[in-house]
Design a protein around this ligand. Structure first.
Ligand code: ADP
Ligand code: MG
Length: 567
């Protein structure tokens, strides 16, 4: 279960006295938002719940306490803390004070008491094997001393009650009376008895002000069967009958123990405001130190980042008592109570700041939070996009077909230049060889004619002519290969120059790695046209010239074929 501390803010209406003395409202509300502002200031605060003065006891209970009662029955520890200055409505909201018991609009504790027994009875009906016991205890913490309000014996204030840790993080209160109760009414009777004993004294702020923290606890011990496994849909009819049907008593049982603490904290007002002296001042100091420790504990628990893993439970008796109900397997609700009167505005603001700290959310949370969230998600998206592109880039590079860098382009251009140079050289050589060949062929023809004329059949081609012929053939082949490579390179460069190097990472090597595109039909370029022009001359000499690029190849081949045929 989520252990987050939730905070509810309740604003009490102006009292008759405040209305008579012309007090006005100091709190403004944001419609449909759990957010409030302070009139005449730019301060605003956001909580989990906000209850304005119109909200009645039932509404408060159903909104924020009902769910916690259900958790308690499920076996979780639960704590509700009422915090605020004296006279802000803590005891009124909790219902732990004598004056509020029997109220027609019951407060949280009486409503919870009834709900606990109703839920347990409902559970019993579903699960006859269930057994439970409910106990109550009522402690007062006054000047850092613990008083058991249910002890009928004369109070012994010191060393009577011990708080022990069981080594598993569990806290037990030794020496505290746990009174078993069997009904909601019995539970409330014990609450009333304890309230009678509670230390109260008059201060300037509230005629019946409570100068101590009061912890009313309900302890539930239950034994119930594990929840039965749900039958998979559609299997009811086909299910194989169980030979020995299990009776409810044969089901595995679980034992649960949970605690529900209702804490009515002493007034949070600063000492000087009460004009307290002597014993009253001493009370104020210990109250404030207890509340400070409680605030620190709740802040540490509410810190989602958990930068400080240390939760200062041992800083006060209050936090030590509530250790296993604050954090861990527990749910905590802080009910911050404030007066809406402008005369109390400074105490109201200090309560709001304290409660807000517990919730670990800064001022103007709603707007800033939304803004921050959308920016964050945008940044996260952009980061993901950058990472994706980086990965894509590196995988392209690994494949050698990544986007061209400046270096790649320079290398491709250099290779292109050198290939063009070679093509030109080869063309020149071919021209020379072709004219030599023409001369030789003319000489041969002359000799052939002479032989026919003279009738000498033994005349053979001179070895020099054979050498010429081979040289011309070789040059032609090399020229064709070089032209093809130049074309291929030019096409690739115009698309993605670096891919040239991707295929030939060790640089071009025409002899070792002949181009796979050697016989592919490529689009013609200006160079092709130039070359074509020159070939055309040659072809005209060899045979009738075919047209176009494919025709050019045919021409080359036929040119070779003709030559071979000739020799
Ligand atoms: P605290 O316990 O914080 O010192 P109380 O609970 O005793 O204060 O409340 C002080 C006074 O304010 C009481 O007279 C109470 O009836 C009245 N009061 C507090 N909260 C409300 C409320 N929500 N609606 C009406 N009256 C309230
Ligand atoms: Mg009170």
């Amino acid at each position: 279960m989520n252990t987050a501390v939730k905070v509810a803010l309740r604003v009490r209406p102006l009292t008759l006295q405040e209305q008579i003395s012309n007090c006005s409202e100091c709190i403004s509300y944001v419609p449909n938002e759990p957010q409030i502002g302070i009139v005449g200031s730019d301060k605003s605060f956001t909580f989990d719940y906000v209850f304005d003065e119109e909200r009645n006891q039932r509404h408060v209970y159903e909104e924020c306490a009902k769910e916690l009662v259900e958790r308690f029955i499920e076996g979780f520890n639960v704590t509700i803390l009422a915090y605020g200055q004296t006279g802000s409505g803590k005891t009124y909201s909790m219902g732990t004070g004598l004056q509020y018991q029997g109220n027609p609009d019951p407060a949280i504790v009486p409503r919870a008491a009834h709900a606990i027994f109703q839920l347990l009875d409902a559970q019993m009906e579903k699960d006859p094997s269930m057994e439970y016991q409910v106990y109550v205890s009522f402690l007062e913490l006054y000047n850092e001393e613990l008083i058991d309000l249910l002890q009928t014996q004369p109070r012994v204030r010191k060393d009577n009650i011990q708080v022990r840790e069981d080594g598993f993080g569990g806290i037990s209160w030794q020496g505290v009376k746990e009174q078993q109760v069997t009904s909601a009414q019995e539970l409330l009777d014990w609450l009333q008895k304890g309230s009678l004993c509670r230390t109260t004294a008059a201060t300037d702020m509230n005629q019946t002000s409570s100068r101590s923290h009061a912890i009313f606890s309900v302890i539930l011990k239950q034994q119930r069967s594990e929840d039965p496994e749900p039958t998979p849909e559609g299997e009811e009819d086909d299910a194989v009958p169980v030979v020995t049907p299990k009776t409810p008593h044969e089901k595995p049982l679980k034992k649960l123990a949970s605690k529900f603490h209702f804490v009515d904290l002493a007034g949070s007002e600063r000492l000087k405001r009460t004009r307290a002296v002597g014993d009253r001042a001493k009370e104020g100091i210990s109250i404030n130190s207890g509340l400070l420790a409680l605030g620190n504990v709740i802040s540490a628990l509410g810190d989602e980042s958990r930068k400080s893993s240390h939760v200062p439970y041992r800083d006060s008796k209050l936090t030590r008592l509530l250790q296993d109900s604050l954090g861990g397997n527990s749910a905590t609700l802080m009910l911050a109570c404030v007066s809406g009167a402008d005369a109390d505005v400074s105490e109201t603001i200090s309560t709001l700041v304290y409660a807000n700290r517990a919730r670990n959310i800064r001022n103007r949370v709603v707007i800033n939070q939304d803004f921050r969230d959308s920016t964050n998600s945008e940044i996260a998206q952009l980061r993901a996009e950058i990472n994706r592109l980086k990965m894509e880039n590196s995988s392209f590079r690994a494949m050698g077909s990544g986007p061209a860098t400046e270096l790649d382009q320079r290398r491709a251009a250099e290779e292109m230049r050198s290939l063009r140079g070679e093509v030109t050289r080869l063309r020149d050589r071919l021209k020379e060889s072709s004219s030599e060949l023409c001369d030789v062929l003319a000489e041969r023809d002359t000799l052939l004619v002479e032989r026919e004329v003279t009738g000498d059949a033994d005349i053979e081609a001179h070895p020099i002519m054979m050498t010429y012929h081979h040289t011309v053939m070789q040059l032609k082949d090399r020229l064709i290969a070089a032209e093809d490579q130049a074309l291929e390179l030019q096409t690739l460069l115009s698309q993605k120059p670096s891919s040239v190097f991707g295929r030939r990472p060790n640089g071009p090597s025409r002899q070792k790695a002949p181009s796979p595109f050697k016989r592919r039909v490529e689009p013609m370029t200006d160079d092709d046209h130039d070359a074509d022009g020159e070939h055309e001359d040659q072809r005209r000499k060899d045979s009738s010239p075919p047209r176009g690029r494919t025709a050019k190849r045919k021409s080359r081949q036929s040119s070779r074929a003709v030559s071979r045929f000739d020799f």
